[in-house]
Design a protein around this ligand. Sequence first.
Ligand code: ADP
Ligand code: ASP
Ligand code: MG
Length: 486
Amino acid sequence: MSGDRKIVVMKFGGTSVESAASIGRTAEIVEGRRARGLTPVVVVSAMAKVTDQLLAAAAAAERGDRNGALAISSRLRNRHLDTAAALLTDAPAANTRAWMEEQFQALDDLLRGLAAVQELTPRTMDLVASYGERLSSWMIGEYYGQCGLNGIHIDARSCIVTDAEHGKATPLEGKIEHALRRSMLPILDDGRVPVIGGFIGATENGVTTTLGRGGSDYTGALIGRGLNAHAIEIWTDVNGIMTTDPRVCPDALRVKTISFEEAAELAYFGAKVLHPATILPAVQKNIPVWVLNSRDPANRGTQITALAAHSRTPFKSIAIKRRLTIIDVVASRMLMSHGYLKAIFDVFDRHKCAVDMVSTSEVSVSLTVDSNERLPAIAAELSQLADVKYEGRKALVCMVGQNIRGQHGIAAQVFAAIRHVNVRMISQGASEINMSFMIEEDDVEEAVQSLHRHFFQDPDPEIFDVTARESLAGITAGVTARVEKG
Ligand code: ADP
Ligand code: ASP
Ligand code: MG
């Protein structure tokens, strides 16, 4: 469909567009792709933390705290106006200022209305949350127009068509493809760079929806699939997919290549670097996905492809999912009788609550879910079937790697490395490439650091970027030598 054109979808996350300086860096990165003969389509998130703040404003309004809500909106207004003023000059600056003032007036009206009725529906929450990406994408589109990239803003709600499941809408593939062809291709034919907000979409009737938190990655993948892109690039604030969250292990290493299958497991089990839905659209069209660092664009990042090299080490990365709850359903009799598990799962289904892990014994079933406000209602329904108790503040640690398949003794190594930690549930085998267990949230850092030390002490340089560690070792050796000399 794209002919000779090689489309690269470039998604910049919140930290990559958090200030005028970082937006300036994205323009240089996009220009670099154009210089290589690629055709960029740019997807942007809201500026860092803006979505959280918009949701906090909506929550304040719902509590009736009108002034609190308006104060948040006023801070957001100043931040956006200041950033636009730093980026833009002349007519684009004046246009953007006027347009932003209008947007913030509409947002304030909305917040006042919410505070008056003290009611917040998922539909209204989506509308409030959508301002983040609407503002950032407009501003960045104007900036790309001014800085020589020939940029043009496109409202995501004109092409990301979804169902009406507010808060986590499902994209409608055929309709999106049709809309993308209609709105994007002529722009690309004109040699322009479209800039579109991630995360947001609209129903066929034009009602604003969102794809779920972190959903801009997903937008990038949907556009990549819809336009048959040559590559999808997820630009973020770390060097790629790392051996674990660098906030937990600062010595985490960059994984050079990883398979779609491995990346999907990691994303699903909590590695925030990639939204879990991102992989599927890319797999369907076999489009390689890259995770790259907008603060260090020369770094090669992580390539996610259908077939990635196997590592010597059993695992490629360790994901962490926090804020989980374990639910124990304990029956005195009849537990494994026909239809019992179905009855339990039907309760979760009715509440649209996804279950992450399950384990059963003769008399009990334990399940884990994201902690959420529906738990009391779920527990009340389950208690009609059996005794129920639930406990929050749990975390899941998920170790992923194709090399787990057929290797002996790995579980023994994992549990030896965390022998001081109380493990509540264990799962292995479902995908053959992950091994997961559930622990107390307070034990997560210690457990992951200990596993990371054990499994990544001798990393395979084919798969992992060991240069950072080598230079660190060099510095340490230098310091030691100096100390010895002194
Ligand atoms: P963006 O705003 O660019 O979408 P996110 O905050 O959603 O960025 O994702 C990037 C963050 O994901 C990193 O700063 C890092 O703390 C976290 N993270 C968690 N697990 C991993 C991992 N395995 N590799 C890299 N980053 C990870
Ligand atoms: N801005 C949205 C969020 O914070 C979407 C994203 O950044 O991917 O969840
Ligand atoms: Mg993200």
